[in-house]
Design a protein around this ligand. Structure first.
Ligand code: FAD
Length: 341
């Protein structure tokens, strides 16, 4: 059980800036995110696109903003728990919360900040005609242990970075890989596409382009082959020991909806003084919250994070007045930031 002042749900820009604002006030936080990198929508949906409305930064990409936020929170020694979804948030006595993740990590926190954006990013599932949520025991949406595919015949579906990264990496361990992509152009970076084409030329990988899976042959709950339908022509049956699907990620509100909060159309109602939810001690900042006049902009989420931090400090130390101090001139701020006076 990890004891901490605050658990932050979501490592998007607002969750990361929340770490900073709490750190300035001397509070320690842990951040949990269900995806494998920090940055939320900025890195998941538009890493290379320019953002023009971050105050004081005329232009930066989603990835640059995330890198800078990560640099900004370095002094606070915050631990990021990536690839873990927060599944449970429960009041535990008067002054603390029990928080648990999909990987079994448990926290005892004095406050919780939900910075869950548009929800937790989940892999888009393979759908076959007539089956919405197709399941099989050898169907995978993420790779946790590449060694499990040693000597196996694999089908990899998808044409983005994840699909191609895994084609390249697993080509070293699998006995054979068939890559199936619904277009003839790939969304992955050019260097990965070039390496994949070289593996095809060397006969290590088959690539079936402009095609999709339309049916599965099954035995004992596992896929034995997929029918692959090219845009033109007859379907072909491709045998497989395992099937890996990388169709990108889509956000889902997910477990947040089950924490007993006042939910308003996939957002959480908060007040505009503390950004506190209907449960005292649980706050919500960024795209996930709602109040009259709410705008889903990063700069609005930053403001919310600053005010939520002051409210949390006051909640944790109710008998002390929380003083506003400038980072420019305050020796205490300098000490917390680790800069010399
Ligand atoms: P998000 O960035 O959505 O991050 C939330 C994180 O929480 C996600 O990583 C998610 O996986 C995680 N999460 C959710 N639930 C859980 C859970 N239960 N457990 C663990 N993790 C969880 N805004 C601007 O201000 N300027 C722009 O120019 C701009 N351009 C944009 C362009 C595009 C194409 C898009 C899609 C958005 C743009 N935005 C822009 C909006 C901006 O990206 C969002 O306002 C911002 O990302 C919100 O930040 P956030 O931290 O609140 O949430």
């Amino acid at each position: 059980m990890i004891k901490t002042d605050v658990v932050i749900v979501g490592a998007g820009p607002c969750g990361l800036f929340q770490v900073f604002e709490l750190g300035l006030l001397g509070l320690k936080s842990h951040v949990v995110d269900s995806i494998r990198q920090p940055g939320g929508q900025c890195t998941e949906l538009y890493p290379d696109k320019p953002i023009y409305d971050i105050p004081g930064i005329p232009v930066c990409t989603g990835e640059e903003l995330t890198d800078n936020l990560m640099k900004q929170i370095e002094p606070f020694d915050c631990e990021l728990h990536l690839n873990e979804e927060v599944t449970v948030v429960r009041k535990d006595g008067d002054a603390s919360f029990f928080v648990e993740t999909s990987e079994g990590t448990q926290f005892d926190a004095k406050a919780v900040v939900i910075a869950g954006g548009v929800g937790s990013f989940q892999p888009r599932h393979l759908r076959l005609p007539g089956i919405d949520n197709f399941e099989a025991k050898n169907l995978h949406y993420r790779v946790q242990n590449p060694a499990q595919f040693a000597g196996k015949k694999l089908i990899i579906l998808g044409g983005g970075d994840s699909a191609l990264d895994w084609v390249l990496e697993l080509s070293n361990v699998a006995s054979h890989i068939t890559l199936v992509h619904r277009r003839d152009e790939y969304r992955a970076v050019d260097a990965s596409v070039a390496k994949m084409r070289k593996l095809v030329a060397d006969g290590k990988v088959d690539a079936i382009e402009s095609a999709k899976a339309t049916a599965a042959e099954m035995k004992d709950g596992a896929i034995t082959a997929l029918a692959i339908q090219p845009k033109d022509g007859e379907p072909v049956a491709v045998a497989a020991d395992d099937v890996l699907v990388f169709f990108g990620l889509a956000p889902k509100l997910g477990p947040i909806a089950e924490w007993g909060l006042d939910i308003n159309r996939k957002t959480i109602n908060v007040d505009v003084e503390k950004f506190e939810t209907s449960t005292p001690g649980i706050y919500a900042v960024g795209d996930i919250n709602f109040y009259p006049g709410k705008k889903k902009l990063i700069l609005c989420g930053f403001h919310e994070a600053a005010l939520a931090a002051f409210a949390i400090k006051q909640q944790i130390e109710p008998d002390k007045k929380v003083r506003l101090q400038y980072t420019t001139t305050s020796p205490l701020m300098h000490e917390r930031l680790g800069v010399d006076d």
